[in-house]
Design a binder for this molecule. Structure first.
Ligand SMILES: [Zn+2]
Ligand SMILES: [Zn+2]
Length: 347
């Protein structure tokens, strides 16, 4: 089968290769891949800025159809439409695993970097990680379930949006655009999203179309002053950062209200960032760092899409054949696209 393989450590070192179709174990299923989204972490693997174990097939945000079921698997059959959580190789015995938090187990090695992923014609997954795609959710939409689950975990589970909250989302990539919609869907009084000049191509216009209340290009308007004005000087109840950029973080810490919440998801380019420590202490801000997603995040993500409370279609700006992965990666990198999907099937 065709697969996009990161074949050695270092920059680039990625190409389409002909590799064997995976052979499944008793507890696994073989999935025929329909669509796989390009994620920021895929770009980082290409650039050698993210852990990976070469040679490895990249890609983790996928939807597909079961074509083979392992001997010990119950409840799944050929033809079932599925997406999958990514907590493969969890150890099963550490305290995190034993308390159901295996999505952050240190041994975890997810598809796409730790084990073979889904920029391929087929991918295999353990059956216990699967979720059924609701009938009214398309394979294209379902390919975006993983980023939706990450946003759900951050915004609805770790820092719960409360009815009436003013929610400010920093960064208008796919996660930010999803999070701002989710906040409104569960009762935020208003959501605000920020971006920069380079997002004027696709992302900020999409935010305006999606009905996010306040869409701010920070190079044209001061988001902190705007939040103050919109909240009668109080500040945002919840700030969620997906940008991971120093200037955005400082703005976020400034716009959060006294006893507000701050959720950090965006990964900064440097190991260290500056934080206005004293100001945050005196404001008594709850800061939550967040990573990955769990069973309930996936369940909620699929429900939000199935009930139409979250529309991911406007985020899917490009669908390309797997062979054109390089063009897809370039589009994603330049921010001209929002979510780019690759498909191994004929378009
Ligand atoms: Zn991802
Ligand atoms: Zn563990």
């Amino acid at each position: 089968m065709k697969a996009l393989v990161k074949y050695a450590q270092g920059k680039d070192n990625m190409e389409i290769r002909d590799v064997p179709v995976p052979t499944i174990e008793a507890d696994e299923v073989l999935i025929k891949v329909k669509y796989t989204g390009i994620c920021g972490s895929d770009l980082k693997i290409l650039a050698d800025e993210h852990p990976y174990y070469p040679p490895v097939i990249t890609g983790h945000e996928f939807s597909g159809e079961i074509v083979e079921v392992g001997k010990a698997v119950e409840g799944w059959k050929e033809g079932d439409r599925v997406v999958s959580e990514l907590h493969t190789k969890k150890c099963g015995v550490c305290s995190l695993c034993r308390t159901g938090e295996w999505y952050v187990c240190k041994s975890k090695r997810a598809p796409g970097w730790g084990i073979d992923g889904a920029f391929a014609e087929y991918v295999k997954m353990p059956a216990w990680l699967l979720h059924r795609i609701p009938d009214n959710v398309s394979f294209k939409e379902a390919a975006v379930t993983e980023p939706v689950a990450v946003a759900v975990n951050a915004v609805l589970e770790r820092t719960k949006v409360e009815p009436g909250d003013f929610v400010a989302v920093l960064g208008c990539g796919p996660l930010g655009l999803i999070a701002a919609q989710l906040a409104k869907a569960v009762g935020a009084s208003a959501s605000l999203i920020t971006g920069t000049e380079k997002d004027e191509g696709a992302r900020l216009p999409a935010a305006r179309k999606l009905g996010i209340d306040h869409v701010v290009n920070v190079q044209r308007q001061d988001p902190v002053a705007l939040v103050r004005e919109l909240t009668n000087g109080t500040g945002a109840d919840l700030v969620v950062d997906f940008a991971g950029a120093q200037p955005a973080l400082l703005q976020g810490f400034e716009m959060v209200r006294i006893h507000g919440r701050f959720c950090a998801v965006g990964v900064p380019p440097t190991d260290m960032v500056e934080v206005p420590w004293k100001a945050l202490i005196y404001k008594g801000v709850d800061v939550v760092f967040n990573f990955s997603s769990k069973y309930t995040s996936w369940k909620r993500a699929l429900q939000m899409m199935a009930t139409g409370r979250l529309d991911v279609n406007p985020l899917i700006t490009h669908v390309l054949p797997l062979e054109d992965w390089h063009e897809g990666f370039e589009l994603a990198k330049r921010g001209e696209a929002i979510k780019v999907l690759l498909t191994p099937e004929k378009l």
